[in-house]
Design a protein around this ligand. Sequence first.
Ligand SMILES: Cc1cc2nc3c(=O)[nH]c(=O)nc-3n(C[C@H](O)[C@H](O)[C@H](O)COP(=O)(O)OP(=O)(O)OC[C@H]3O[C@@H](n4cnc5c(N)ncnc54)[C@H](O)[C@@H]3O)c2cc1C
Length: 532
Amino acid sequence: MPYDQLSDQLGPLARENPRAFGIILIENRWKAERRPYHKQKLAFVLSNSRHFALEQAGRGVAVRYLFCDSPYRAALKPVCAELGPLEVMQPAERELRVDLQPLLDSGAVKIIPHEGWLTTAEQFHASQKNKMPWRMDAFYRHVRRVTGILMNSGKPLGGKFSFDAENRRPWKHEPTAPTPPSFALTDIKSEVGELIEKHFAHHPGRLDLSTVPATLHDTEQLWDWAKRECLPWFGPYEDAMSAASRSLFHTRLSPLLNLHRLLPQRVVAEVEQLELPLASREGFIRQILGWREYVHHVHEATDGFRNSPSVEIRKAPGDGGYQRWAKKGWPVSLSDDARLDGGAAPAVLGDQTPLPPAYWGEESGLACLDHVVNAVWEEGYSHHITRLMVLANLATLLDVSPRELTDWFWAAYSDAYDWVVEPNVLGMGTFALGDFITTKPYVSGAAYLNRMSDYCSHCAFDPKTNCPITPLYWAFLARHAEKLKTNQRLALALASMRKRSATQRRHDQEIFGKVREKLIAGEKLTPALLEA
Ligand SMILES: Cc1cc2nc3c(=O)[nH]c(=O)nc-3n(C[C@H](O)[C@H](O)[C@H](O)COP(=O)(O)OP(=O)(O)OC[C@H]3O[C@@H](n4cnc5c(N)ncnc54)[C@H](O)[C@@H]3O)c2cc1C
């Protein structure tokens, strides 16, 4: 069982007599060392794996728990020879599929369908009518119709498929933002915590076991909290950001969903039945039935964006800028696997800038960026809009390498796996794929951040006068105007940019140059520094 299929409600484990059935779980140091993964992510994956093993043993399932420090197939090969062919549900991560391929080729492992997805590849392709570019909206409408979710006699409940336009309120400290639950410490979690401090102490991030959900009870606790405290307000405040609450009304469920500790089937079915405003139910279901499924299909259908002949494929996994910040290389001491590469590196808008050390915790002087980065290195989490409109926005405005940013997200977030992090960063966050899977680059100046968040009130810069994010935005549009000129959704923004005077444009470009130079050098921005 792959590390992210920890459910006995899926596949043969859900159907076979547990006392006549066995599973193999593998804890893999080689995998953990491939990237500078956040300690919190390692704690989350290892604690869930160990708790799951004990739960299954408790049901009478024969559990073989292996430890290895090389690719998964090396650990499995002798087991296949001993036990005969093994079955595995199609791994979600391409990295694992590629690793296991030789065992598939020799017949030692047989792949069976992954039952944890809500939609099929056929539904995905049918929704796009075999045309490119691909669009999430078309996919979502198609699967709403096919599944009947939030539908009535073939029509969407409430008369439309999306209530997004009504879900754009900033949060003014009312209603009170819920406090995320903390979880009981177990012997397993303590043991994993000790293991991390002993063997993975060089990994970045803060370890806090009280925020690691790992037992079935923890899962229920988080899911109950999400339904009770978050979902009633999920819709209206979906796009809001605040220094006073890291998740606002977001649910923090993605790590558990991605490990299948909590099943998306269950989440969608229960939310559909909740007595909540339709805008909140629809908004939330769209995230799971729409976005989550969509990015999975896109990743699988493009072989992780490797299928375009012009795209560069990196040889080895990137460190997301770790070395530039830490002034030492990421200590990959275990030999790498020649079968695996470092991922596709598309860059439609270029990738001239390395990821600044500010993303690893050096103070940038921009309150929005510093606040979100701090949250990420404390928790391995931040919510969607902070990922998109703070972290990816700033990186895009600076022409940061989309691949390096992807590798950073992959290391820093507890919910990151190749199938979900690559489409989100390369496709949505940075426009590295052009309009292949999203309609436009999600970039903004300071006015948007000031409207949707309260970060600016904690900042040395003023969003109305001297915040560099606004000139960065104009400079971005000016630099990429030629490539973006056919994008209808940017027509207004490009027209506004063209109306800027020559002096303003020169100033935009100067600020871009200074901000880029200072942040790459790991320096803190101040109004005086930028005015000089
Ligand atoms: C630049 C960038 C990088 C991202 N990287 C990841 C990642 O590595 N792993 C990951 O799971 N999500 C990623 N996302 C998507 C999304 O931001 C997270 O799923 C979400 O923030 C998780 O927090 P939550 O559980 O509180 O979400 P909620 O806002 O409560 O949403 C509910 C659920 O919807 C699903 N969801 C929502 N949007 C997406 C999406 N775009 N793609 C996939 N699932 C989605 C998640 O399972 C999430 O738990 C990324 C988004 C961006 C813009």
